[in-house]
Design a protein around this ligand. Sequence first.
Ligand code: HEC
Length: 247
Amino acid sequence: MKRVPSVLWALLVFAALYLFFDRGMAPLTKALTGTPAPLPSSLVFMYAGMAAVAILLYFSVREDRWNNFLQPVLDFLRVAAPPSPAKRLSRMAVLILIPAALGWRTYLSASATPDPPSDPPGIHFNLPNQYVSVGNPLPWTEQNIREGGILYTANCAMCHGDAQDGEGLFARAGQPKPANFRDGGTIAQLDENYLYWRIKEGGPGLPQGSIEYRSAMPVWDGVLTDDQIWKIIMFEYTNAGQKPAKR
Ligand code: HEC
């Protein structure tokens, strides 16, 4: 009977160990303790690596074993003169397939996965009833706008940006991003009382089931007075070069 080549043995042992790590652990631990505890894939990878090293060590520790181990590989790769067409083909196939498979794997793990869908900019909601008849009691004077600017810089700029472009220091920390007030899709579409509502109640004031849990927009009720909020609103429009939309 022809001897089974060492390489084949090595591969079989490795495959058996790998299968055991990957599939066998869960039933074994279930039988022993009653709770299946499969190995996490990182551990499977690590144990399989150690198994491979152990197998190679076993074969390489004695010279005759190592030669036996390498012989079929070398036979396969070396040019037999003249090589039969079948052998030539299978050799080419292996030499092309292995790098191609490795390349494909690398490509798959390196190619970017698509970003999770982002919230569209400037999502707007129905104004709650109690805000419908609220109006700005303050005049649009230079003094009020300037005071609004100071308040904006102290309270809002870290998210909405010094330039009101939604690119403040913390802008990238959340999803949705802070509103860009220069964009025609945000405050330019809205009336002052809508802003008043959004500033007073922030993200938590949004309708249930919308973005209320994800919005980082703080609640300013109790932090800023109403007058301060109106001043900030006037500053926001003026500085962003926008005007409140008329209802
Ligand atoms: C911690 C970051 C953060 C701070 C600070 C912050 N905001 Fe916001 N703001 C957001 C985010 C995020 C959104 C977008 C999500 C949303 O609409 O709730 C938003 C949305 C808004 C909107 C709604 C715009 C629209 O088109 O619907 C207004 C108005 C607003 N902010 C004003 C302010 C004002 C005024 C201040 C300061 C008093 C302020 N924000 C401070 C994060 C912040």
